[in-house]
Design a protein. Structure first.
Length: 359
């Protein structure tokens, strides 16, 4: 049970009223642009809050990374509301642990996420049926056509937030206030609270459907990745653009080893490799790049899917990293973004670890 309230009229109106009344100094939320596409926007008090799109089923960027850029050098100067999906919030928590974000002065409104469509659908102007999407969520079903990663995501209910926007199984969203900061927002918005459940039975049905789909995707991905030959088959069409790392919220290094002079080969290097191997693929070391990136961030991968959306040659990067990351996270009993207090496996040394491997 929690303190809950129905959204008055619509969520966009509530966000507008919080900003217009001066209850908060800024809002970070998806917003429709003039061309009909959606992007994350930082809107100050008194700014333009028309065409907000908090529930629009596209992820134009990982919002956690966007907030990280805003708070890299210190907290927001005044109280701000951020509206994010669960994977974005978890990414932001991981970034805060890595000293890449400051979470003070932020009110977190987390969406119960129905999943998002591949970004190319928005970029290419493909039409989607929001009525069909919303109807599926009302019935506790996985909306058809959403990203494969979203179909198998069981972490669609937000963690570490002040307010939950519950949508699955509902005619219109319900707000649940989980923290003192959340209740403070409710008071500022003048909402009438009552006791109620955070989620619906349809939400549980959707959870079970997604768990089943997750197992299917993980099994299929692991079969394709089996052995060196499998990895070459999956990553063989990589063109070395590194777009997947550029959009990944966990890959935050300004000086990336894989973009350093180490991999800036001179012509003689190609000749030496040809002599030793007989033939080489160009660009070189694409598989090394993916394996190296995986070792750096797999324990913190939140399966947001931005890497897969950004890949110009349609490598299922996100599905691969999700499958590998989930197994690795289970070994460490670590769920990225679950808590600020959980220690990052990559930066934590333990004298005794994985003793079962010694037997």
């Amino acid at each position: 049970m929690a303190k809950v309230a129905e959204v008055p009229q619509h969520l966009e109106g509530l966000l507008h009223s919080l900003l217009e009344s001066g209850s908060v100094e800024a809002l970070v939320c998806p917003k429709f642009l003039e061309d009909g596409k959606v992007a994350y926007a930082l809107i100050p008090k008194g700014g333009d809050t028309t065409n907000l799109a908090p529930l629009f089923p596209f992820m134009p960027a990982n919002g956690g990374k966007a907030v990280s850029r805003l708070t890299l050098e210190g907290p927001m100067p005044g109280p701000a509301v951020v509206v994010l999906r669960p994977c974005e919030i978890r990414a932001l928590v991981e970034l805060a642990k890595l000293e890449q974000a400051h979470l003070d002065n932020l009110y977190f409104i987390g969406l119960e996420c129905g999943g998002v469509y591949p970004l190319e659908k928005m970029n290419q102007g493909d039409e989607i049926s929001l009525d069909t999407y919303n109807q599926a969520l009302k019935e506790g079903r996985v909306p058809q056509g959403i990203r494969a990663l979203c179909q198998g995501c069981e972490l669609f209910q937000p963690l570490t937030v002040d307010v939950v926007v519950s949508t699955v199984g509902r005619e219109k969203p319900q707000l649940a206030f989980l923290t003192e900061k959340g209740l403070e927002l409710a008071s500022k918005a003048g909402l009438e609270l009552k006791d109620g459940e955070i989620y619906t039975p349809q939400s549980q049905a959707l959870l079970e459907a997604r768990r089943a789909r997750r197992e299917e995707l993980a099994s299929f991905t692991k079969d394709k990745l089996r052995g060196y030959k499998g990895m070459v088959e999956v990553f063989g069409r990589c063109i070395g653009c590194h777009c997947c790392s550029h959009v990944c919220p966990i890959c935050y290094c300004k000086d990336c080893f894989f973009e350093s002079a180490t991999f800036d080969y001179e012509p003689i290097s190609y000749g030496q490799r040809v002599e030793s191997k007989g033939t080489i693929r160009v660009p070189m070391d694409t598989l090394l790049f993916h394996l190296g990136r995986m070792t750096h961030m797999a324990t913190s991968c939140v399966a947001c899917g931005m890497c897969e959306d950004a890949c110009p040659v349609n490598i299922p990067v996100g599905q691969v990293f999700k499958a590998v990351g989930a197994d690795l996270q289970e070994l460490f009993d670590y769920l990225p973004g679950r808590s600020l207090q959980d220690e990052l496996p990559l930066t934590t040394y333990r004298l005794v670890e994985f003793t079962e491997m010694e037997e």
